[in-house]
Design a protein around this ligand. Structure first.
Ligand SMILES: Nc1ncnc2c1ncn2[C@@H]1O[C@H](COP(=O)(O)OP(=O)(O)OP(=O)(O)O)[C@@H](O)[C@H]1O
Length: 288
């Protein structure tokens, strides 16, 4: 039984696994990813972790079509993500929320969410601007869905607020809401709690859990906050110097000697030992 089953989640039947096979990426002499293979199960919350420079962002950029792998493949069901451009990847239901908020600050939350939804509208921008009948009918439907998604992320009361005046935590949730607006089957979250305080972090973790249980989709996140990763993820893939050094449950990777060595050697504050301290139930040696 997966964690998704355990919390009563019904995984969407059209969510395939993500299969990363033997992916390598080079930048000149640097091997940013070196023969990396792992699978993300349908409906999983799957974290990618690793010390600075491990290759996490590079992997995310491959998954979202920003970087091309020199070798290997990435499959999402029938789709070969490694052969697609970013807009094609969005078209097969893979949405990415960015680490550095990429929203339009002068526009309202609703307007930013509508931009996220645009590729789903048949009418497109031109007829929307002209208020053609089809555009207005569609607009109502999209408006209702946008309200639903905003409410889901506690942003219902802020739909008409310009994004630029929202708190940092709210802006990060708008970024996630915008990714949900493409109705994804796979959601990529790039450091969703970076720069957040403890209260914002726990709200975001709760939102991520709710997204998975309400929508039954897969979520892959890159995150430095080890406590959050260990309490949230069903499975964790650990990279170090471009290589996959561990892949397992949070409890398994926390007690993996190579993972401990990688973090202790990196000088990274967010090390597994800290995570163990914050999550004593998942201490090394406890049953998984
Ligand atoms: N566009 C690029 N050009 C050249 N080298 C790059 C580029 N992007 C990443 N690298 C190098 O590839 C390696 C992996 O970097 P990457 O940003 O993927 O790591 P990361 O795990 O995301 O690190 P961090 O936690 O610091 O964000 C590093 O050595 C980095 O310097």
């Amino acid at each position: 039984m997966t964690a998704a089953d355990a919390d009563g989640t019904r995984i969407r039947s059209d969510v395939p696994p993500v299969e990363v096979s033997h992916v390598s990426v080079r930048f000149g002499a640097i091997r940013a990813l070196n023969d990396v293979s792992f699978t993300v199960a349908p409906g999983a919350i799957h974290a990618i972790i690793g010390p600075n420079g491990a290759g996490k962002s590079t992997l995310f950029n491959v998954l979202s079509g920003v970087y091309k792998a020199a070798e290997g493949e990435v499959r999402f069901g029938d789709a070969r993500l490694d052969r697609m451009r970013p807009f094609q990847i969005a078209g097969v239901g893979v949405a990415r929320a960015f680490q550095n908020i990429a929203l339009s600050g002068a526009q309202t939350v609703a307007e930013n969410l509508m931009l996220g939804r645009h590729h789903l509208t048949k009418a497109g921008f031109l007829s929307s601007g002209l208020r053609l009948p089809r555009a207005t009918g569609e607009g109502r439907l999209h408006g209702a869905r946008i309200r639903e998604i905003a409410e889901f992320l506690d942003l219902g009361a802020k739909l008409h607020t310009p994004v630029g005046v929202l708190s940092y935590g709210d802006q990060k949730r708008v970024e996630v809401a915008r990714a949900l607006c493409i109705e994804p089957r796979l959601l990529l979250l790039d450091e969703p709690v970076a720069g957040m305080n403890a209260e914002e972090t726990s709200r975001m973790a709760e939102a991520i859990r709710e997204i998975r249980s309400a929508l039954g989709i897969s979520i892959i996140l890159v995150e430095h906050d080890m406590g959050m990763v260990m309490s949230l993820a069903d499975r964790v893939t650990v990279l170090d110097f471009g290589r996959l050094i561990a892949d397992g449950t949070p409890a398994e990777v926390q007690r993996d000697p190579e993972v401990i060595r990688a973090y202790l050697g990196s000088g990274d504050e967010d090390n597994p030992a800290d995570a163990v301290a914050h999550h004593p139930t998942e201490a090394p040696g406890s049953p998984s």
